[in-house]
Design a binder for this molecule. Sequence first.
Ligand SMILES: CC(C)(COP(=O)(O)OP(=O)(O)OC[C@H]1O[C@@H](n2cnc3c(N)ncnc32)[C@H](O)[C@@H]1OP(=O)(O)O)[C@@H](O)C(=O)NCCC(=O)NCCS
Length: 169
Amino acid sequence: MWEPSPPAEAAPPADVRIRRLRGDGDVRLILAFLPDLYESNFPGFQADPQFLAASRDRLRVAAADPRQAILVAEDRAGLCGFIWVSAEVDYRGLMRGEVRAIYVHPRMRRRGVGRRLMAHGEAFLGVLGCHAVTLMVTASNRAACGLYGALGYQVTRHQMEKPLNVHPE
Ligand SMILES: CC(C)(COP(=O)(O)OP(=O)(O)OC[C@H]1O[C@@H](n2cnc3c(N)ncnc32)[C@H](O)[C@@H]1OP(=O)(O)O)[C@@H](O)C(=O)NCCC(=O)NCCS
């Protein structure tokens, strides 16, 4: 099984190590990150028990799938972040990677952990033969847009939205 080894651009903090998710203990810790991850990106979203149970099942499936990887960042205080990436064959028959989720705990933000998680996720996708990596991001999420932009990601599609004036009868 593929194991993360530091890509060349990996940077400090040196006391943070990136490793693969191990078992339900890690899954529980990642689930504790999800309310902040989703509620900060989708205003009004509520990470209720059903959502968390479905997420737990998806994480377990992903952890056992050779085309997916969940990598965690860990320091002496415990887990401080994770990235979830997956690969699939695209419409041209080429392998394409996707960043499905990335999160860094507020106590460790702006210290290069997100950058390192992305580097390890991309390394995993590269080993699978992916020719590109895609992701979705909320346009108002300055930190995430800043991270992806700094790493060379470019906008290729826009999701557009317009509120409708619907009055309940
Ligand atoms: C987005 C997130 C993962 C970034 O993690 P991080 O560890 O703080 O990021 P890094 O320290 O590696 O930052 C790397 C680069 O990203 C950009 N960046 C990070 N945070 C930023 C911010 N708040 N504003 C602007 N740019 C930012 C910068 O270019 C930064 O490089 P620099 O520090 O040398 O200027 C983190 O803020 C987070 O977990 N947010 C909540 C969850 C989330 O929104 N996930 C993304 C969903 S699409």
